[in-house]
Design a protein. Structure first.
Length: 330
């Protein structure tokens, strides 16, 4: 490891340095200004992170993955990397303070920011990051909508899945006419699945998409699949039984049932019916008497009905496997 770092300092390894050994890195007082991409994989980055990073002021890409024990705070030295465009700190233990959130929010050159699976506690204001294209905040526990993700024209992914968001801001659901295109550009790349929206709040997202479909379908073009959509637990359980049902078809069915109590009861009934079917198919496929093996030396036509039975059972075995998957989602 020491030899590799020295070779990098002597500019013998180009503009990239990748460290993938379980070692705790030392504090260094020399410059690595020629390095543009630094990647840590499975390293002992923790207390002395800044001591090592401070020599890499001209980085464009910094990735820290699977650090031992995980980083618990944003390294201060990141604020000195004025040309940083890609920052990947997924799956650490980072909690942002007011100071570190402000530091992050001032990184105006960032194009990709990945902070998924960190217990962040708070978010930066993204308003001063005009070049942002990708923001990953999945599984960070946030319960407030990010501020400042609107005017970046190059946004292609905002990942807010599996958090504690309960509703979308009214400004995104009912934008003013002059903001319609700007808001639609952001909404169509915003992923929300796995947040605890009520059925009513999730339906507001559906209504928004339906309005656009009827009035400005062009604003939905180029969007991510499943963007600005949340399936409530009832929706997910129903679609476990009928996986090809669209969101609108599920809502139409639910509306026909009326009350939440009746919807819950019907979804429960369907779940029981699917499990019963699963059990019966299992018994039929595996204990219902198997067709004998077919000898290739038999004359054509011999055991033809038995072959059909065997192939039929194989088809039902596939159906059974699908039923098992569906039951697991209920």
């Amino acid at each position: 490891m020491a030899s590799m770092i020295k070779r990098c300092w002597r500019r013998e390894t180009g503009s990239t340095l990748k460290i993938n050994q379980w070692v705790e890195l030392p504090a260094l007082s020399v410059d690595f200004d020629h390095v543009e991409e630094l990647t840590f994989m499975s390293t002992g980055l923790k207390a002395r992170t800044d001591g090592f990073l401070k020599g890499f002021k001209n980085l464009k890409r910094l990735t820290i993955n699977r650090a031992m024990d995980g980083l618990t705070q944003l390294p201060d030295s990141i604020g000195q990397m004025k040309g940083l465009t890609h920052l990947d700190l997924n799956r650490q233990s980072i909690v942002l303070t007011e100071q570190s959130a402000n530091l992050l929010g001032g990184m105006s050159t960032l194009e990709v920011l990945k902070l998924s699976r960190n217990p962040l506690g708070r978010l930066p204001d993204f308003s001063a990051m005009p070049r942002l294209q990708e923001v990953r905040l999945e599984g960070t526990g946030i319960d407030q909508w990010p501020v400042g993700l609107r005017d970046q024209t190059g946004l292609r992914t905002i990942d807010l899945r599996n958090n504690q968001l309960r509703e979308a801001p009214a400004a995104l659901l009912n934008p003013a006419a002059e903001q319609l295109e700007t808001v639609a550009r952001v909404n169509r790349v915003t992923l929300l699945e796995g947040n605890p929206f009520t059925r009513q709040n999730a339906l507001q997202l559906w209504d928004y998409r339906q309005r656009l479909m009827q009035t400005r379908p062009d604003l939905l073009e180029g969007g991510l699949q499943g963007a600005f959509e949340v399936n409530t637990p009832l929706h997910r359980r129903y679609r476990a039984v009928y996986p090809d049902a669209t969101y609108g078809q599920v809502e139409d069915y639910f509306n026909g049932l009326g009350t939440e109590e009746r919807i819950q009861a019907e979804v429960d009934r369907l779940g029981v019916a699917l499990r019963r079917l699963n059990s019966q198919l299992s018994e039929w496929a595996y204990t219902g008497g198997r067709a004998p093996a077919i000898c290739v030396c038999e004359k054509p036509g011999k055991h033809r009905s038995q072959a059909r039975s065997l192939f039929s059972r194989r088809a039902y075995s596939q159906l059974l496997a699908e039923a098992h998957c569906a039951t697991a989602r209920l």
